[in-house]
Design a protein around this ligand. Sequence first.
Ligand SMILES: C[S@@+](CC[C@H](N)C(=O)[O-])C[C@H]1O[C@@H](n2cnc3c(N)ncnc32)[C@H](O)[C@@H]1O
Length: 263
Amino acid sequence: MDRRSADLPSQMPPPSWKWRLTEQMLPYLDKVFDWVCRRGQSSAHHPEVAAILRRTRPRTDISDHLLTLFTEGLAARPRLIVELGVRGGESTYVLERVARLSGGVPLVSVDLEDCTGACRYPNWFFVKSDDVALAQTFPEWCRERQLPAAVDLLFIDTSHLYDHTLQEIKHWFPLLSPSAKVVFHDTNLRRIYWRKDGSFGPAWTNRGVTAAIEACLGVSLPERTDYVDLIGEWMIRHNALSNGLTVLTRIPTLNADAEAGAN
Ligand SMILES: C[S@@+](CC[C@H](N)C(=O)[O-])C[C@H]1O[C@@H](n2cnc3c(N)ncnc32)[C@H](O)[C@@H]1O
């Protein structure tokens, strides 16, 4: 463990009374925000985009990122999508639409809890398991179901703990296709998170996900601000709002460019 990760939490703290009170107050505050704030785009020509816009209306910690997940996911032109962490199915809702619009490709979701009710997409595979354990048998698991061997779009939204995220990277990244995209939520976790309309919600202070990405890429990352960068073979785009969303797109020619520069 390096110096920066030594003081990261090893589990999520139990919610304090202030946290619980804030959570109870937020629906009322959100009504005030709906009243005084303009919420940006509210309609779209395409019914799936319109559906996602409707899904973003109830404010959550991921509502600001659903359209980005959709557009980034679609642009990846995936043949196999894997989602780590389902819970209420916000990201599943979006990834299902990405899968459908990509030609009905398989979507594999994994969670420790039973989330079988989260999605009705016919090509959805839900696995109730530890995600790192699934990665270890994934090639065989895919072969048995005649699914593609490589993951084109990987969405990671689970424990947000440093050690676990490192394990996810270690075991899932070797299963990625040459031009895969990886989307991490909660890369800017702090006590209070802000959305683009100025509303906010309670969270917890933990830079475990970002510290794990840093350990993988060998760089430090400024997660408090939006940024774009090229690191090794990865194009990286980060949005700091709403607990942070970081998108890594693998571009194999970037590596060749870096090697040519080194020679
Ligand atoms: C933040 S929630 C996911 C939210 C979901 N992506 C959404 O947009 O609604 C985190 C989920 O990760 C799951 N989880 C935590 N650790 C896990 C692990 N080791 N393997 C699989 N799932 C895990 C939890 O059970 C929980 O349902």
